[in-house]
Write a protein that binds this ligand. Sequence first.
Ligand code: NAP
Length: 249
Amino acid sequence: MASDLKGKVAVVTGASKGIGAAVARQLARAGASVVVNYASSREGAVRVVQAIEKEGGRAVAVGANLAKPEEVAHLFDETRKAYGRVDILVNNAGIYDFAPLEGITPEHFHKHFDLNVLGLILATKHAAALFGPEGGSVINISSVAGTHPMSNASVYSATKAAVDAITKALAQELGGRKIRVNSINPGPVVTEGTSSFSEGEMFAEFAKKTPLGRIGQPDDIARAVLFLAGDDSGWITGEVIHAAGGLRG
Ligand code: NAP
């Protein structure tokens, strides 16, 4: 096992499916107690908790829409009640609705920024208040779109560029408290969220352009998160790490 997370508590936002569910399972396998956050898919979150428990791990499902500040606070109240502390925060919850310039509205802008950026900042603020004197690890799930913005995705790409900037700023701000902050930037990954187009031409094109010759799977990302969660990455902070099979945009 790359990391031993026994005795640690991890909060994974948006963990009812997709990348977040794979991250929750990997962290639990390494010994962490995991808070499995969801917004609407309670059933999915309960399935993730049950899968973790079946493998001998500990997890609880907590519903909270992270685009709403009061619900971010609720997630961490429930975390404190369940486990009393936080050591690892994986800011994974995020949305990606693509739109050309003509399709961008204030609603489209705020829907993306309220969750992908403000929700991530507020979750980090609450988690940092629950980290102990030994510090902790914050892992932000960004995107290759943050460093190589995509056509028809200017707002989404902007949210992920903002996430990378936040990673670098908070790594400096929180380093004195031994809190590490890093971004993992996936390329395309087959998840529930991409299921409507992952069989299509766009993903086929991405696979062709990817040096490792395929599209990512949730566990490709979860293994990179596992590395950043544990002591093996103890000297790494403020980094933006692509997990994309070599793909850049
Ligand atoms: P997904 O399959 O659509 O799953 C999204 C997860 O986020 C679900 O658990 C969902 O919960 C949760 N969520 C959505 N809105 C939420 C909210 N307001 N509050 C709390 N949780 C919320 O997504 P994914 O493809 O795994 O993507 C996960 C992250 O990776 C995102 O940040 C995305 O930008 C990033 N990423 C994905 C790809 C890709 O190709 N898949 C590539 C690069 C980066 P409910 O189901 O309960 O609503």
